[in-house]
Design a protein around this ligand. Structure first.
Ligand SMILES: [Zn+2]
Length: 203
């Protein structure tokens, strides 16, 4: 589901394209992600390039030693496989036009830039399984052995050098209720191997 910012004067137009009214959020919304491109002008705030993450994500887990007590916890990142990429490009006259393309490959992103996805079922899963919680709007992880705070490091390397290493990863597939925009979505050439060869568990 994607919530839209439809001005009152344009509600009939949105409705005729298939948008529905959500009385709880008091907003129009669309459910079929294949139709989202029709509603671009009612997407939230301006941007240059961004990604719309749809339907579900994977949490990617990899063993990691606690820097304080040395016992193994897990480092977590988010993998997206269902998304659209929206971006502007100039045409021959220098006018900018908006383009949209579907997902071309799985991408692994750090927890912090993916924070808008960390709610509901995803957040519960992280709390219960990985001692990760949102504290004052920031993600925080505590070692399950010594309880000290472990830094959620964006630089922790999830790249691999051989397919053998994919056995260290587990992917948890978790549905998301509301589709979410993210910018700052990275990509690494080995993300696709991790997706293809790692163990996957549906939550
Ligand atoms: Zn520890």
């Amino acid at each position: 589901m994607l919530l839209l910012n439809v001005p009152y004067a344009e509600k009939d137009e949105a409705k005729s394209l298939g948008a529905k009214w959500n009385p709880k959020f008091k907003k129009w919304y669309v459910t079929n992600s294949k139709d989202y491109y029709k509603f671009i002008k009612w997407f939230e705030e301006d941007y240059e390039e961004r990604f719309l993450i749809c339907d579900y994500i994977y949490l990617v887990s990899k063993n990691r030693k606690c820097p304080y007590c040395g016992f193994e916890n897990n480092e977590i990142k988010v993998m997206i496989t269902e998304y659209y990429n929206f971006y502007f490009e100039p045409d021959n006259d220098g006018e900018f036009y908006e383009y949209c393309s579907g997902a071309d490959s799985p991408r692994i992103i750090d927890l912090s830039p993916a924070k808008r996805l960390i709610k509901g079922k995803v957040l519960n899963f992280l709390k219960i399984n990985y001692n990760i919680d949102l504290v004052n709007g920031r993600l925080s992880q505590h070692c399950k052995f010594c309880d000290r705070q472990i830094k959620i490091s964006p630089s922790f390397d999830f790249g691999i050098h051989s397919l053998e290493e994919t056995k260290y990863f587990t992917l948890y597939k978790i549905p998301i209720k509301e589709d979410v925009f993210l910018d700052n979505v990275g990509w690494c050439s080995t993300d696709e191997y991790i997706y293809t060869y790692s163990k996957k568990i549906v939550v």
